[in-house]
Design a protein around this ligand. Sequence first.
Ligand SMILES: [Cu+2]
Length: 292
Amino acid sequence: MWVLLSLALCLMLFFWMIAWHVWGNQNPSSVTYRTKPKEFVAMVEAFTKKYMIGTDNGVPVVMPDPKKDVFMLGEQWRWTPVLVLQKGEWYKIHLSSKDVMHGFSIQPVNMNFMVYPDYDYVLNFKPTEAGDFKVVCNEFCGIGHHQMLGRIVVIENDEDLKKYNYDKTSLTERMAKVAAGGTAVTAAPMSETEMATAGKELFSLKACSACHTIDGKKLVAPTWKGVFGSEEEVMDEQGNYSKVTVNEEYLRESIRFPEKKKVKGYEKIPMTVVPLTDAEVEQLIAFIKTVR
Ligand SMILES: [Cu+2]
């Protein structure tokens, strides 16, 4: 009798699980695919280039077409890009992580999803109210976890864009070109100022500020103040000294391969190589140029 009773209970709980999914006001279910962080980042970058309408605190803002694939990437420590979505339209949202596990939590509506590297979560998603939504990370992901904030703006019409100081003129122009039989949508190029703003964001985001300063103070690494264009004595990997001018080329090399030419006085201190995309390296350089 006990065996039968427990069996009945098991079956009941099993079917209740299905019922709860349907009637329990749960998070929508997702379809999951395998991916690689590199692949996913490339998709996010292509998507961002195509639909970008500007930047918001150094983070690109994109306004995708409804019913299309939309991408959002979690990385230490931010969500990119900022999404502008239309109320009442369906979107296919892809979520993944570039590094570690993050928690994608839309506030204040409190919808939560886990975001893992190597997995592409696809959610069919329809925003039902307009407004400014925040995406927080609810999975502890490192020292910058508390500042990992993203943004999803839901608008009812194009007029709403003004409230957020966004402007989609550049996007409309690029799309019109494509409609007229032009070549594929080319990147919305970031202006030099936008690049520098993005670089400034990366300076704290990627913890460059732990070792470099922008006010001339000396930490364990050379300050960035006035460094661009200056002449420095550097040591190569063989221990030979020479003089270099700090230009874009030198910075590009030093960000990727810090050991190649080390500034005199800092030879013994190893620099942490932070994983950055090519675009991010350029943004940092743009920022360094402005630190006078
Ligand atoms: Cu996180």
